[in-house]
Ligand binder design. Structure first.
Ligand SMILES: Nc1ncnc2c1ncn2[C@@H]1O[C@H](COP(=O)(O)OP(=O)(O)OP(=O)(O)O)[C@@H](O)[C@H]1O
Ligand SMILES: [Mg+2]
Length: 234
């Protein structure tokens, strides 16, 4: 795909979850449209329960919409079977969550290399190893690669999680409340890091956040309100 095509397109996305305990199935997203190009950065804001994580999960192929299309780099996710979606999630999409979800028994280095250990990927290992080394140095953890998560600060763990998300050089980095568990200093430095990596790694960045500081650093801010996205000028 050329750089002039969107990395992500959402076309008339509607999402209802299945009814729980006989309650009506709630409408979360209603005809949402979104188009992002290479290196775009966008914040999704809105109150708790408005559907930010739902939106990110649909973009990240972790869930399927009730109606509408999610298209990543020209591939319509609705046409893909589960193994293809698993491959796409591994290769094209990086995820960062509020908590780091690193494996406690593995070192930073091992955690970062986990996404490279998929079947069929063996021949790519040498450049993945180089990318892992480069990114760990870039985030200031070159002296910590043999540390386990319990031997790292929460902010350092979140940096390892960012490197793990980027190690396969995905087109899209999805971050769901990435600074939510960090103190102010660690949140500020993670925000800076995400902004810099967005450009350096040429990755399209989508963050869902309650942090106005983080949102303000993205090129665009979109508010999820009344089940749809509205542009906020800042
Ligand atoms: N698996 C599910 N089954 C049923 N309803 C769900 C499910 N996941 C989320 N919901 C509902 O969908 C709505 C949107 O939830 P979502 O987690 O996307 O909100 P959010 O904006 O990410 O909130 P927060 O800021 O608290 O993270 C909520 O009403 C929630 O209860
Ligand atoms: Mg959420």
């Amino acid at each position: 795909m050329s750089n002039h095509n969107p990395i992500l397109e959402m076309v008339n996305i509607t999402k209802r979850y299945d009814a729980v305990n006989g309650m009506d199935s709630p409408l979360v997203l209603d005809q949402v449209n979104l188009s992002l190009m290479a290196c775009d950065s966008v914040a999704i804001i809105g109150p708790s329960g408005c559907g930010k994580s739902t939106l990110l999960n649909l973009i990240g192929a972790l869930d399927r919409p009730t109606a509408g299309q999610v298209i990543i780099d020209g591939t319509d996710l609705g046409t893909q079977d589960e193994p293809s979606l698993a491959w796409l999630r591994n290769q094209q999409i990086g995820f960062v969550f509020q908590t780091h979800h690193l494996l406690p028994q593995c070192t930073a280095w091992e955690n970062v290399l986990l996404p490279t250990l998929v079947p069929g990927c063996r021949s790519m290992m040498p450049d993945r190893v180089d990318t892992a080394k480069r990114l760990l140095a870039r985030v200031g953890l070159v002296d910590h690669i043999q540390h386990r998560p319990s031997q790292l600060s929460v902010g350092q763990c979140q940096r390892v999680a960012v490197v793990r998300a980027l190690v396969n050089q995905p087109r899209l980095l999805l971050a769901d409340e990435p600074t939510g568990a960090l103190d102010q200093d660690a949140a500020d430095s993670l925000t800076e890091l995400l902004v810099e990596l967005n450009h350096e790694e040429k990755v399209t960045l989508v963050v869902a956040t309650h942090s106005s500081e983080l949102a303000a650093r993205m090129a665009r801010v979109l508010e999820l309100k009344n089940h749809t996205l509205t542009m906020i000028h800042h």
